[in-house]
Design a protein around this ligand. Structure first.
Ligand code: SAH
Ligand code: SF4
Ligand code: F3S
Length: 470
């Protein structure tokens, strides 16, 4: 679910720095978001908390009085990006100081949680380090930092976070557009041997039905049409209902489907082990639930799945996909893959290629294994050479790209429903998404923004579709 592609990253950037036209506000905050959708959600919550404190958002770094980097620690490259960005920010801060202007710098997110005080030692430009569970305390922490002390806050108290996080104004929701994320679950107890998330986000915590439905209604009333429920293991969500029972995600989706104004529901990211009958039934029975499922498998080899601590086999995964496709035949599959996990043989990699051939993916993310400090995988002896990882990744990505292109092409000449969620790149165009999450570009009047329309697909490319209104 992480690794925003360029387009998503641009959207995330725009979403996290929408330019409030509040002339009264005297201070400006620039938020840059890395990593997964949960960070996008959190960046918006930080902006909301700060707007109550007199900050308006800016998308121009040079104008900022406060810069927040909301970071990702999932792979080495992701974490290193932060330090190079901090280098640039240091120069800018020095320039501004010459004009007598101050700029506060904060590192938030998963690098903040994982590296804590080490960050300001390595990059003294940083005034405040704040982990993902402490964003509701941001105004107070900033105050401390302004008094001149280096502040590092990396406590784990997720329930506290959700209880106190600022809710956005109707105006703020409207500016962010007709699609929205809603975090329903955070943290992870699964401890896959390659992954930092259980260490950076803490133990798995589910929000209550009441909290989630309340937030969803508020978003819908402010104009949101498509809601994507988020969690590191979103299908493992199990929240308290007002009836005293514990609900599962399937049941929650049925409840959210009743909310006036919502026209689409999605959720991400799911773990194969948590895909239960009620959730599969929701895919069968709920038209509002989009036929697209991100269900990372990571590897097609049983030996590697075991070493990764995924706790299921490749056959379990095949059987699961059969059950899902029986319930909803047009469902499109998406996934994440890691190549070059320690000990991965050529045959293990062939098993992954074979799994991809058999499942057929509409889209997928794939990565070279990156040993992360503190995870069991990093201590394994049989680390794979970089050039082997690169070769395997190139081969896998070629197959996945071919499948994605073929899936896009299969929609040409078909009529599909598109939700228009952005102005198009060209004059007179709108951009929307298909039920299967593909971007669709259509010549359409601006009034259709936020609406659903039937579109005939007239062209396809590697990453998007072109459609015509009918
Ligand atoms: N909760 C999700 C994944 C969250 S991390 C799940 O269980 O599937 C997003 C993706 O990053 C993972 O699916 C995995 O493919 C990739 N990833 C995580 N740790 C990695 C590492 N150390 N090296 C390379 N890729 C990694
Ligand atoms: Fe990481 Fe595994 Fe948890 Fe996903 S399920 S967040 S890969 S530990
Ligand atoms: Fe990255 Fe943290 Fe998300 S490590 S993928 S930002 S949970």
């Amino acid at each position: 679910m992480e690794n925003l592609n360029q387009e998503q990253a641009a959207v995330a950037q725009a979403q996290t720095s929408e330019n409030a036209e509040n002339k009264k506000a005297s201070r400006k905050v620039f938020v840059k978001t890395y990593g997964c959708q949960m960070n996008v959600y959190d960046s918006d919550r930080m902006t909301d908390a700060l707007s109550n404190d007199g900050y308006e958002s800016t998308d121009t770094l040079e104008d900022a009085d406060l810069v927040i980097l909301n970071t990702c620690h999932i792979r080495e490259k992701a974490a290193e990006k932060v330090y190079s960005e901090l280098g640039r920010i240091r120069k800018l801060k020095e320039e501004k100081a010459k004009d007598g202007k101050d700029m506060m710098v904060s590192v938030a997110g998963c690098v903040a949680q994982a590296e804590g005080g080490e960050i300001s030692r390595r990059a003294p430009v940083v005034d405040l380090v704040v982990g993902p569970q402490s964003y509701h305390r941001l105004p107070e922490l900033l105050k401390q930092a302004k008094e001149g002390q280096k502040v590092v806050e990396t406590e784990f108290d997720i329930e506290d976070k959700f209880k106190h996080l600022a809710t956005p104004s109707k105006e703020a929701v409207r500016k962010r557009g007709v699609t929205s994320f809603l975090t329903v679950q955070e943290g992870c107890d699964k401890f896959c041997t390659f992954c930092v998330v259980p260490y950076t986000r803490g133990a798995e915590v589910s929000r209550s039905v009441e909290q989630i439905v309340g937030e969803a209604k508020q978003l819908a009333a402010a104009g949101v049409r498509e809601l994507t429920l988020l969690g590191q293991n979103v299908n493992g969500w199990h929240g308290a209902g007002a009836d005293g029972r514990e609900w599962g995600l399937g049941e929650l989706l049925f409840e959210l489907a009743k909310i006036d104004g919502l026209t689409r529901l999605r959720y991400t990211t799911s773990h194969p082990r948590d895909m239960d009958d009620a959730l599969i039934a929701a895919h069968r029975d709920l038209d509002i639930l989009m036929p697209y499922l991100h269900l990372p498998v990571q590897s097609g080899s049983d030996a590697i799945l075991k070493a990764m601590n995924r706790k299921h086999t490749r056959d379990d995964y095949f059987r699961l996909i059969d059950r899902i496709r029986e319930a909803r035949s047009d469902i499109a599959m998406s996934g994440d893959f890691i190549v070059g996990f320690p000990g991965e043989t050529d045959q293990d990699f062939r098993d992954t290629m074979d799994l991809v051939e058999r499942v057929g993916y509409a889209s997928a993310f794939s990565f070279k294994y990156s040993p992360r400090p503190g995870t069991p995988g990093a201590l394994l002896e049989e680390q794979i050479e970089e050039n082997v990882k690169s070769d395997r990744l190139a081969e896998l990505q070629a197959l996945l790209a071919h499948q994605q292109q073929a899936f896009n092409a299969s929609l040409v000449n078909q009529r599909i429903e598109v939700l228009f969620e952005k102005m198009g790149r060209r004059e007179g165009q709108l951009a929307g998404r298909s039920p299967w999450l593909q971007p669709v570009h259509v010549n359409a009047p601006a009034e259709l923004y936020g609406e659903m329309a039937t579109v005939e697909i007239v062209g396809s490319s590697a990453n998007s579709l072109e459609g015509r209104l009918i």
